[in-house]
Design a protein around this ligand. Sequence first.
Ligand code: 2AL
Length: 249
Amino acid sequence: MRIKIINPNTTQSMTAKIGASARAAAGAGTEILAVSPAMGPVSIESHYDEALAVPGLLQEIARGEREGVDGYVIACFGDPGLKAARELARGPVVGIAEAAMHLASMVGSRFSVVTTLERTVGQAWHLAEAYGMARFCAKVRACELPVLELEQPGSAARERIVAECRRALEQDGSDVIVLGCAGMADLCDAISETLGVPVVDGVAAATRLVESLVALGLKTSKRGELAQPLAKPMLGLLTGFSLEALQLQ
Ligand code: 2AL
């Protein structure tokens, strides 16, 4: 099967890291295509960034549909554009926050999310509530770490994340850590080994979940809310986003 992992930000080094994490998680015989959109913000750490990342992300879903991709992962912890992507895709689409929170709820009693900037904490709570996961979420913690610092060799990112994870286990009453950014994917095993608790990287979690859904023949339901959007003209800068222009009708 072919699974497309879309890093909705446009930083190629992060896309390569995300692709490596997905490949390490995927089973033999699964082809992983890791991409970032042709346009959009270099990192996503505000509602504005998130909104502007979605058009490029949807172009990648549309391209995947034309190429017959079996399923998709949205590899940003805000799960931007998840429902819109499901409307375009025939196969399953899973967001990394959604995947990580669900799997974390199955391997412990309560999890703490450790994320980047304090300003993204509200969005993580919003998703936990939307997914019915808030009752498993003890706390969402931020390291006050801009996303792109995770890409800088020699930055203190890893130490700051480990320190915050330690505080989470000591103070939150949690027994599982959820990493709150796709750019933390490469740190997962080392943090788990250091702390001795399960640490869930959403990229690996979502990749395995999409594989399972595809293997089970479970596609996105096209009855009701997630049916293909109604065809209509799009004006201005968005003319290329009509279903006709995307060759989806
Ligand atoms: C993210 C993420 O996963 N990718 C990105 O650009 N921003 N999430 C976050 N909480 O900062």
